[in-house]
Design a protein around this ligand. Structure first.
Ligand SMILES: Cc1ncc(COP(=O)(O)O)c(C=O)c1O
Length: 392
């Protein structure tokens, strides 16, 4: 039975969609504007500028209606031609997803697959890039299935010495973890609105640097996609007064507010807040005796992925947390279903949310017969939060 106390007050602590700030919700509730009105066009232009600052790039920003997957598809549809070889570097569910997208667009996949949650072996990545004649290669910043963060900065060093275009999926990273597109030699980087950016789902954001745009321009074959053909969208991104297809007016203005919030907090402060929250949450898990799934030292700051302890059932655990304590966390993805749970602590998450989630997890575990010291997780998390003096 859902406790009515939590009506409209449940804590959404899944790894996206995440809690949305009332400021963004207010922007979303405004009357719909014409897509060619001065107010909207100026808002869209400002949102695109703020997007560039978020990606830390001088490249071209694109903001289209769709989810993160649209950005993945647009990347391949525009950069890869039939027969082009693409290296997919994978250590989780989303890394493996690239294969299907590349194949759907006639590309030839070469996969460098690691165990889910295992750290990438950069020597092997380097060897592959040196030996293969790749048009592009794909890497996950954070693979949300396992909670691992890959060293995309160090991979960027390898990218410098290759002609292959470096494509990074930062759907679960940007806005919560450092990402410096230009400094790290990333040619195309993509994300979605609903994770660390803290807006509702529905907007796909990505940026291409000059090298990537040149590859689009120099294609020998036409782009086999109509809506995701970036040549059609670029004039709109350069001047949002133009028209190719109607932008999601309300969502773009919601994004604008979310991006303003990000830059008001400041990127450095935001990255730090996410790091402190993840350290606090992991300290709590450790105090409860719950093991983290991703390789040690490579844990993402945007989510935590603990293994479910022996004797505890996943539906019971998540059911209790939601119904009795009003906190929603996610189950394991793909082959990790029933073995792990995923807790998102990104975007607009606060210290209160971290402690409430840890408390709910503890109480649910206790009720399910798991042996632990009541308050151990919350206490350990509090210590980290206080020591690091987060202001969130
Ligand atoms: C790392 C990563 N990449 C891609 C996607 C796909 O994004 P979307 O579900 O917005 O299409 C997700 C979704 O959770 C993700 O976590």
């Amino acid at each position: 039975m859902v406790c009515s106390l939590y009506n409209e007050r449940e804590l959404l602590m899944i790894p996206g969609p995440t809690m949305v700030s009332p400021r963004v919700l207010r922007a979303l509730s405004k009357p719909v504007l014409s897509h060619v009105s001065k107010e909207f066009v100026e808002g869209f232009a400002e949102a695109l500028e703020l997007q560039k600052r978020l990606f830390m790039t001088e490249g071209t920003p694109f903001m289209l209606s769709g989810s993160g997957t649209l950005g993945m598809e647009a990347a391949i549809a525009n950069l890869v031609e039939k027969g082009d070889k693409v290296l997919c570097v994978e250590n989780g569910f989303f890394g493996e997803k690239w294969e299907e997208i590349v194949e759907a667009h006639g590309g030839v996949v070469d996969r460098l697959r690691f165990e889910w949650g295992e750290a990438l072996d950069l020597k092997l990545v380097e060897e592959k890039l040196e030996a293969g004649d790749y048009k592009a290669f794909t890497v996950e910043h954070v693979d949300t299935s396992t909670g691992i963060a890959n060293p995309i900065d160090r991979i960027g060093e390898l990218a410098k010495d290759t002609d292959a275009l470096y494509i990074v999926d930062s759907v679960c990273g940007i806005g919560g973890m450092p990402l410096k597109m230009d400094e790290w030699n990333i040619d195309l980087c993509l994300t979605g609105s609903q994770k660390a950016i803290g807006a509702p789902p529905g907007i796909s954001l990505f940026c291409l640097n000059d090298r990537a745009w040149e590859a689009v321009e120099k294609r020998k074959t036409p782009i086999a996609d109509y809506y995701a053909n970036l040549k059609r969208w670029k004039p709109i991104m350069d001047n949002p007064r133009g028209y190719f297809a109607t932008p999601a007016v309300g969502m773009v203005l919601g994004m604008l507010e979310a991006l303003r919030l990000i830059h008001e907090e400041g990127l450095e402060a935001r990255w730090r807040r996410h790091r402190v929250f993840s350290e606090a949450f992991r300290a709590g898990l450790e105090a409860l005796g719950l093991a983290s799934f991703p390789a040690k030292g490579y844990e993402a700051h945007t989510l935590s992925v603990p293994r479910i302890p022996e004797g505890v059932s996943d539906p019971d655990l998540r059911g209790l947390m939601r119904l009795k304590y009003g906190v929603i966390i996610a189950g394991g993805l793909g082959k990790l279903a029933g073995k792990t749970v995923r807790v998102g602590h990104m975007g607009n998450a606060t210290t209160n949310d971290i402690l409430a989630t840890m408390g709910a997890l503890e109480m649910a575990l206790m009720e399910l017969g798991y042996e632990m010291e009541p308050g151990a997780g919350v206490g350990a998390a509090e210590k980290v939060l206080v020591t690091h003096g987060t202001e969130a």
